[in-house]
Write a new protein. Structure first.
Length: 589
């Protein structure tokens, strides 16, 4: 405030000096005046000027005061601005320091990031190389998988598991050995079939069952929990060119490729050899297809020059069949000729072929009983079929109970004799002539069709007369060469809920077929009269429950090798029927 007053006084003196200077300047400019006039004027001017100066001084002081106030305000504003600037500067400096620190940290981080980026770049390059290599490997793997999928897509798996319970009843008054028999059995089959390429089809199958019994794939649940035998059941290749679908050439071990029934072969048999089929579809009239085929079946190779003239054993034949469709009624008639050559090998089989548990014998002292050697095996009853020669007749079979012996897993019922070579021979040759008429009738109920199968089979090379049980030729009886089958059923077992009921009647004479490959579930392979009642119910698409009731007896019990009940003889009359009920549960996959 003192500073302001001094400033005001200094300003007033300046103004007074200015006024006096002005007056002096005016006096000099006016020329020469008198001292009196100058004094008067000076007095008058001084008073007025002083008053004016005072007013001016007051006004200037007021202005100065205002200016001072403005300056103070400006100074205060400046001071505040300076303080704010200082504060902002300090904040700026702090921010700069923080920014510098951050910049340093960022630079450090950037350097680290750069190193990481460099490492990442290297890793990415390696990864890219690896990904490229993996992509190439993946493509190759995908190609491999695609080829495997394509390969597997050409094949299909087949098979089933069957659990069976069955019983045997054949009793008559006074029979001490007629014991009921009950057993459980299991069957497992697995196969793979498919296209090897556009022109070839192939496949194989495994199945349970005794190696010495091709007529069944069953295994009895016995023998102290031992493992069951499983072996190759089928293995074949078929040439069926895409350009000639009417042609199919098959070789190997295969399922039956021609129409047949259990009159000639057990359903479980897989024949071995070759088959040629020519099949054409027809589009005019009732005829829908015509098929002609030939077959060559190999069943025994003979590599011993001294055995049965060193001839191999085989069968050759052919079949002609057609399919006729009349709308409500379809039928498939067929005619087959199958000629067997060198069949005596069946009666002189090796221990290996029959899986016998006895092989050979030791001739002891005169009059002593020969001793047999026990060997591992699973043949019928553990040994060859036990046939005896009570009358020691040269015409009787005299089949040995030790190997070599007859291959007859279900017993031998054909007529045989001992030849000059001391070996057993069939009394008949075998050439099957087989006529089958398989008919299907539609009904108003789609799931209840009627099926009727008729068959007449004859061994065209059967002996003129059979041999009696005592070994003599029965000239009063003609050829034992015919087999007949009638199978009638209603329903089907294709889809879930389907059921089928049926009855079959069969009459087969002694030498109608070779007994070694006859149906294994019936009373005997040949020389029998058989009735069969059956029913099937498809519970689920892959589950079938079935029941079969076999009711049969020997046809002519006076013939050689006739199957008879324990202790039974022809003098007692007609043989009692053998009852064999079976109950199956089959799972198919």
């Amino acid at each position: 405030m003192n500073r302001g007053n001094n400033w005001m006084e200094f300003t007033g003196l300046l103004l007074l000096a200015s006024a006096l200077s002005t007056g002096s300047w005016a006096q000099s400019a006016g020329g020469k005046t008198t001292a009196k006039k100058r004094s008067a004027r000076l007095a008058m001017a001084t008073a007025a000027d002083i008053e004016q100066l005072k007013k001016a001084l007051a006004a200037q002081q007021q202005q100065i005061q205002q200016l001072m106030e403005q300056m103070q305000q400006r100074e205060a504003t400046y001071q505040q601005s300076q303080e704010q600037s200082q504060q902002q500067l300090q904040q700026a400096q702090a921010a700069a320091a923080e920014a510098q620190a951050k910049a340093n940290a960022f630079e450090s981080t950037a350097n680290q990031d750069k190193a990481s980026v460099d490492q990442l770049t290297t890793t990415m390059a390696d990864l890219k190389t690896s990904v490229t290599n993996n992509a190439v490997a993946t493509q190759e793997e995908q190609k491999h998988v695609a080829s495997v999928e394509e390969l597997l897509g050409r094949f299909r798996f087949t098979g089933d598991i069957r659990v069976r319970g069955e019983s045997f009843f054949q009793n008559y008054s006074g029979c001490a050995a007629c014991l009921d028999r009950n057993r459980a059995r299991i069957r497992v089959r697995f196969g793979l079939d498919g296209k090897l390429n556009e022109d070839f089809i192939g496949g194989f199958a495994l199945a349970t069952g005794s190696l010495a019994d091709p007529t069944t794939t069953n295994e009895t649940l016995t023998n102290f929990f031992d493992r069951k035998t499983i072996a190759l059941d089928r293995g074949y290749i078929t040439y069926n060119p895409a350009a000639h679908k009417w042609l199919a050439l098959t070789g190997g071990k295969f399922a039956f490729l021609w129409q047949r029934t259990s009159i000639t072969f057990d359903p479980d048999i897989s024949p071995e050899g070759f088959d040629e089929k020519l099949s054409w579809d027809v589009t005019r009239g009732a005829m829908k297809n015509v098929t002609i085929q030939g077959m060559q079946l190999l069943f025994s190779e003979n590599n011993t020059p001294t055995f049965l003239r060193a001839h191999d054993s085989f069968a050759v034949g052919g079949q002609v069949s057609t399919n006729l469709d009349y709308g409500f009624f379809t039928t498939t008639p067929s005619a087959t000729i199958l000629n067997f050559l060198n069949t005596d090998a069946v009666l002189n089989a090796s221990a290996f072929a029959v899986a016998a548990q006895t092989s050979g014998f030791i001739p002891s002292m005169a009059g002593a009983t020969p001793v047999t050697f026990p060997v591992p095996g699973e043949g019928s009853n553990g040994s060859c079929p036990n046939f005896t020669n009570p009358l020691n007749s040269p015409n009787f079979s005299g089949i040995s109970s030790v190997a070599p012996c007859a291959f007859a897993p279900n017993g031998l019922t054909n007529s045989t004799y001992i030849g000059p070579d001391g070996k057993p021979h069939f009394a008949s040759h075998f050439m099957y002539g087989d006529l089958i008429l398989n008919n299907h009738f539609k009904t108003p109920w789609k799931r209840l069709p009627v099926n009727l199968l008729l068959e007449a089979e004859q061994n065209l090379r059967a002996a003129g007369h059979p041999i009696a049980a005592k070994g003599t030729v029965q000239k009063n009886i003609g050829r034992q060469s015919h087999g007949y089958l009638v199978d009638f059923s209603v329903g089907q077992s294709k889809n879930r809920g389907d059921f089928q009921l049926g009855y079959a009647w069969e009459r087969e004479e002694q030498d109608a077929i070779i007994a070694s490959w006859g149906e294994s579930d019936q009373r005997a392979p040949t020389n029998l009269l058989q009735n069969r009642f059956y029913g099937n119910w498809r519970i689920r698409q892959n589950i079938v429950a079935s029941g079969t009731f076999w009711y049969g007896r020997t046809l002519n019990q006076n013939l050689q090798h006739a199957a008879l009940a324990p202790g039974w003889s022809a003098s007692k009359g007609t043989e009692p029927y053998l009852l064999r009920p079976q109950f199956d549960l089959v799972y198919t996959f």
